[in-house]
Design a protein around this ligand. Structure first.
Ligand SMILES: NC(=O)CC[C@H](N)C(=O)O
Length: 252
């Protein structure tokens, strides 16, 4: 089983490094025909407008939509979540093309601008039940989007509690207001719908590989379900010296 990582812009190297730590080979995808060589795909974080422009320039949208439609596993992180959403608000003037497939509305910069980026431990019961480990996951939110609403087939995997007087979103803006009172609103930050997984944060920037492992299991289950005679195998890169060296800055 080889995993494609859309490599137009953003944190594709970090995803490939995280996969490598699991012994899985990640392949950089820049052209439509390369999608034919992989059985699952990660769309990384970055800047979704730029990424969309590059995808458009390389005529990748039809192939990406086809990939999603044929039921192959796709995981979008941050800008990748925006790519996968059926509906997005808070876009730049003129909007941007989306791959779609995930029945949800996403707010592109829900948590505010770049300087309002933050890290927080988020509760991840479903991830923990599948992958073990701590009850929480260190969410790295970089000018992060959030999911505003989901359709009936979408499973919510994680929330982030925000004081409800702090974030007021309309269809196009987020206003951060002076905080003085609770209660909290649970904002959706991780979802799954059949073959699609999406997180508003960046697991590839942490040392915790549970989301990558979760995605690999999801891909394996789907592959086994799709074809009982599947010959797909995880390509292990083994204990190479390349694997041994620390390859990215890790935020823990
Ligand atoms: N870290 C990220 O991927 C940020 C995504 C950003 N909000 C965008 O619109 O593209």
């Amino acid at each position: 089983m080889t995993v494609g990582v859309l490599a137009l812009q953003g944190s594709f190297n970090e995803h490939i490094a995280a996969l490598r730590r699991l012994g899985v080979q990640g392949i950089e995808i820049r052209k439509a025909e390369q999608l034919l060589t992989v059985s699952s795909l990660i769309i990384p974080g970055g800047e979704s407008t730029t990424m969309a422009k590059l995808a458009e320039y390389h005529n990748l949208f039809p192939a990406l939509r086809e990939f999603v439609k044929t039921g192959k596993p796709v995981w979008g992180t941050c800008a990748g979540l925006i790519f996968l959403a059926d509906r997005a608000v808070g876009q730049k003037e003129g909007g941007q093309e989306l791959v779609g497939g995930l029945d949800c509305t996403v707010h592109r910069n829900f948590f505010g601008s770049q300087i309002q980026s933050f890290e927080a431990d988020i509760s991840v019961p479903i991830l923990t039940s599948k992958e073990g480990g701590p009850e929480t996951f260190r969410g790295v939110f970089i000018r992060a989007p959030a999911v505003l609403d989901v359709g009936p087939d979408v499973e919510v995997l994680a929330h982030y509690p925000v004081p409800s007087n702090k974030v007021l979103y309309s269809s196009s803006t987020v206003q951060i207001q002076e905080e003085d009172a609770l209660p909290e609103t649970n904002v959706i930050v991780a979802v799954k719908q059949r073959n699609l997984l999406a997180t508003a944060f960046h697991p590839e920037l942490t040392a915790d590989t549970r989301w990558h492992s979760y995605f690999m299991k999801m891909a394996k289950e789907m592959e086994q379900g799709a074809s009982s005679s599947s010959s797909g195998t995880i390509v292990s890169v083994g204990e190479t010296s390349e694997q041994a060296k620390p390859d990215i800055p890790i935020y823990q």
